[in-house]
Each structure stands twice: as C-alpha cells, then as structure tokens.
Write a protein of this length. Structure first.
Length: 74
C-alpha cells in the first residue's frame, strides 16, 4: 500500500511557475512597449523597468522550477 502513495511537489515549485509566467508577461509587455515606442509619463521610463523586472522574475522562476522539479514532500 505504501507504493501507491502520491508525493506532492513543494510549494517552491509552484512559486517558480508563478514567477515564470508573470515574469514572461511583464517581459513581453516591456518588449512590446520598446518596439512600439509607447510613450510613458513616468520619471524613469527611459530605463525600461518592465524588461529588467521581467528578466529577473523569469530567471528567479526558472531557478525555482529547475531546483524543485524532482523534489517531493511526503
């Protein structure tokens, strides 16, 4: 009976998935704004924070997913 026990993924795997998806959306938005030359009225818009934060979130999400993909919680 012990062989049929399903093992759960750790919470950090799902946190990584959320970061990966949301970072991808933010990165895509930033790239679209850069390509389409969308005017933004914020002070630091010239630094393109959507691209920086999107890349950071995608990187963090990928690290979380890759480090926890084979882990399991009993």
């Amino acid at each position: 009976m012990a062989e049929n026990v399903k093992k759960m993924k750790p919470i950090w795997f799902f946190v990584g998935l959320v970061l990966l998806v949301m970072g991808g959306v933010i990165l895509a938005t930033g790239l679209y704004d850069l390509i389409a030359r969308v005017e933004s009225k914020t002070v630091l818009a010239r630094l393109h924070p959507n691209i920086w934060w999107g890349c950071l979130m995608v990187l963090a999400g990928a690290i979380f997913v890759l480090t926890n993909k084979n882990a399991s919680v009993e």
